[in-house]
Design a protein around this ligand. Sequence first.
Ligand code: NAG
Ligand code: NAG
Ligand code: NAG
Ligand code: NAG
Ligand code: NAG
Length: 269
Amino acid sequence: MKISAILSSSALMCSVITATWALPSQILSQRASRRHSNPSLRIEGPETASEAANTTIQYSGNWSGAVLVSPPSGETFNNAVGTFTVPAMLTGGSDGAAAAWVGIDGDTYATAILQAGVYFSVSGDSVEYGAWYEWWPNYATDIDTDDFPVSAGDVITVVIEATSNMEGTVTLINESAGKTFSINQTSPTKLSYLGGQNAEWIVEDYTQNGGLVPLANWGTVTFVNASASTSARTTLGLADATIFDIEQYSDIMTSVTIDSDSSVSISYA
Ligand SMILES: *[C@@H]1O[C@H](CO)[C@@H](O)[C@H](O)[C@H]1NC(C)=O
Ligand SMILES: *[C@@H]1O[C@H](CO)[C@@H](O)[C@H](O)[C@H]1NC(C)=O
Ligand SMILES: *[C@@H]1O[C@H](CO)[C@@H](O)[C@H](O)[C@H]1NC(C)=O
Ligand SMILES: *[C@@H]1O[C@H](CO)[C@@H](O)[C@H](O)[C@H]1NC(C)=O
Ligand SMILES: *[C@@H]1O[C@H](CO)[C@@H](O)[C@H](O)[C@H]1NC(C)=O
């Protein structure tokens, strides 16, 4: 039962990836092209990694990190927050990209995601960083670098706030400079109202012009001061979060550790 499920999902992933792999030239034209951060593509799992720590691991085609997969009974998530340091991407290896973000919904509740973060992309000798926000299924909107420049080492706090199921505010704060970017968002369609069922801290293999970008080696991104809160003002940390690892072509590409109730480290493996 389990094996057949794994085989069929792996086969599906392969066909998805080979069909849509982004060309390096698409990464070059990053700013002009359509980047898209997507719902989690759950494949095999979940499995219990450590009974003692109650850690559950879920494999995904494009998400790595920590996901609170459901709020307390009768409540909905309306806030998720986390702080991370923009990784210094190295050139000289192969081209690729990834994005770190905080969001609400998009896993078990797959019809919406309200999210914001930073992408990092390597192409030849150049590295590009940029902040963005997105209400899935819309494409990502780049934040003008004049308004919010991003470089390696910046300490960025992301605050995702749902004010209703169809409205929210995303805020990015540069802790290094005390600079803030904030914008109100409305659900792009009636089918993408938030459910408030998931909250997450993710490094993603995103899609660009319809294809998954090759994953870049980002080293480690650690979200700190991470928490989510609910309609009933309950605040939850990451202790009971499900770990997501990216699996492609049957390779596990990431290593994720929940360091504490407020921190998760996500490494390219
Ligand atoms: C994950 O990546 C795939 C491949 O690009 C993309 O088609 C999909 O929208 C993403 N999420 C889900 C849920 O499939
Ligand atoms: C794991 O879950 C069980 C049952 O919910 C609980 O009794 C136990 O305290 C948990 N262990 C840890 C380390 O959180
Ligand atoms: C954040 O602050 C640092 C230090 O002042 C600055 O170099 C960087 O460009 C700023 N980034 C953003 C996103 O404002
Ligand atoms: C978002 O909307 C609220 C309520 O209408 C308003 O007070 C706030 O200034 C708006 N924020 C931004 C960044 O536009
Ligand atoms: C995390 O929160 C604490 C307490 O509010 C604060 O002192 C610390 O600077 C924060 N860490 C980062 C990296 O923002």
